[in-house]
Ligand binder design. Structure first.
Ligand SMILES: [Mn+2]
Length: 441
């Protein structure tokens, strides 16, 4: 996969280097994280590092030297090959592989980072490095920065500042290329089909955990890396816990099941879909009313995912429909604008309506720049996910009606992945059905 796609990474690096304009960027990979004893979590590469290199090993550092007009501009520090280590832990590309297969102008052992980095940084105006995330690399970078600053005061040359790579990379990552859109379609498609599998087999399942197994088994079977995030399989009142991941309750036929799950592909593009379905095949009257409100809010908000609009518009449109719907059934009262302004709906809807989606599930990129909302552009991908959660965990705000018992334990969210195009929004996850007539059996 990588070898046929290295051109994509090369193009990104070229763009990044041109924007760096005299600065040197240091982008560390992720490291393995201990799970317990000597066992580790499955490796997950750092998204920025991946985006620029396509290199999927831990304990590596990518260096971008825009102060060099040619020659050594992209340097990789990697774990060197070691036959015995590789027998235990798996294949490594090593120094030679980093140059040959990943097109580094020069590669070194990660063990030489501290020794070689000062020389490479020389001649750069500023250092680009993400402070506060990687203590061991940060120490090396700050030592170099200290001596650069000293050089600056003694003879007038040296890097004069540390900048965040986010300034350069977030904007690049926010707009998806044609290749990325293709991958995101695939991630959404596999994720949507997993939700369909749940819908079609719900009648034979008795526990949330079985649904999780079904979803995640399907992700793996389809060749994905696994779930993009901890799958949420929440029946009944559990759905009112937004990040419920225990997934171990018995399923009751008269309750709803909220499933928030998506896969992550081998190159880390993610799906993120939520569906809420009646476990016994029939919505109760109360469940149906709430579902209809959320569905209308979601569909109307999706229509707003167009060039020139923004994430606030999408949220506000969904929120207004939710509030008016809740008013119509007596769960809120008062003037709609007033309710929205003072937040007295937040015991029933306590999150935003969506987020960017890409290599990170909550992908990088600003939603606002100071006073101004970031306008939607062609190639942006975002989720649209309104919900209503009725429980007595959050006290009813003053002036709002007490919640009748018949509503409690209903938690509904509907979430799709949406691509902003030149024309209508493209719903990447549309293969997962959501109409009431499709969910009842
Ligand atoms: Mn989401």
């Amino acid at each position: 996969m990588l070898r046929s796609n290295y051109k994509i990474f090369e193009e990104r690096r070229e763009f990044f280097l041109n924007n760096l304009n005299g600065k040197a960027a240091i982008i560390p990979s992720a490291s393995l994280v201990r799970h317990h004893a000597d066992c580790e979590y499955p490796f997950r590469q750092d998204s920025n590092f991946w985006y620029l290199t396509g290199f999927d090993e831990p304990d590596s550092v990518a260096l971008f030297l825009s102060q060099n007009p040619e020659g050594e501009r992209f340097i990789l520090f990697v774990t060197p090959k070691h036959i015995i280590q590789e027998v235990w832990h798996g294949f490594r590309w090593g120094i030679e592989g980093a140059e040959k297969e990943f097109k580094a102008d020069k590669a070194h052992s990660i063990h030489d980072l501290e020794k070689l980095l000062p020389k490479y940084i020389k001649g750069s105006d500023e250092i680009v490095f993400s402070v506060g995330k990687n203590p061991s690399i940060e120490k090396i970078v700050l030592d170099i920065f200290a001596s650069e600053i000293e050089g600056l005061s003694r003879h007038g040359t040296g890097a004069n500042g540390i900048k965040s790579p986010d300034i350069y990379l977030n904007e690049m990552r926010l707009i998806k290329s044609d290749f990325e859109i293709k991958r995101m379609r695939e991630a959404a498609e596999i994720s949507a089909r997993a939700h369909e599998l749940v819908r079609q087999s719900i009648s034979s399942k008795t526990n949330e955990r079985q649904i999780q197994g079904l979803l995640e088994g399907f992700f793996l079977e389809q060749g994905a890396r696994g779930p993009a995030y901890n799958s949420i399989v929440a029946s009944g009142d559990n759905a009112c816990i937004l990040h419920y991941t225990l997934n171990n309750a018995e399923l009751n036929k008269d309750e709803l099941l909220l499933v928030d799950a998506g896969c992550s592909l081998n190159d880390y593009y993610n799906g993120d879909i939520t569906r809420t379905i009646p476990i016994g095949g029939r919505f109760t009257q109360e469940q149906k009313v709430i579902y209809e409100i959320v569905l209308e809010a979601q569909k109307t908000a999706i229509n707003e995912a167009i060039i020139g609009s923004n994430a606030s518009n999408i949220h506000n449109i969904a929120l207004r429909i939710l509030v008016e719907g809740l008013k119509s059934i007596g769960l809120l009262r008062g003037d709609t604008d007033g309710i929205i302004e003072d937040g007295s709906y937040k015991h029933l809807y306590m999150h935003r309506t969506g987020h960017w989606l890409g290599l990170d599930v909550h992908d990088v990129g600003a939603y606002r720049m100071g006073e101004h909302d970031v306008s939607l552009q062609k190639g942006m991908i975002l989720t649209v996910e309104p919900g209503i959660y009725i429980s007595d965990r959050i006290p009813v705000p003053q002036g709002q009606p007490k919640i009748d018992e018949k509503w409690k334990g209903i938690g509904i969210r509907i979430e799709d992945d949406v691509l902003v195009t030149e024309n209508e929004p493209e719903i990447l996850s549309s293969a997962a059905l959501k109409e009431i007539s499709d969910l009842e059996f």
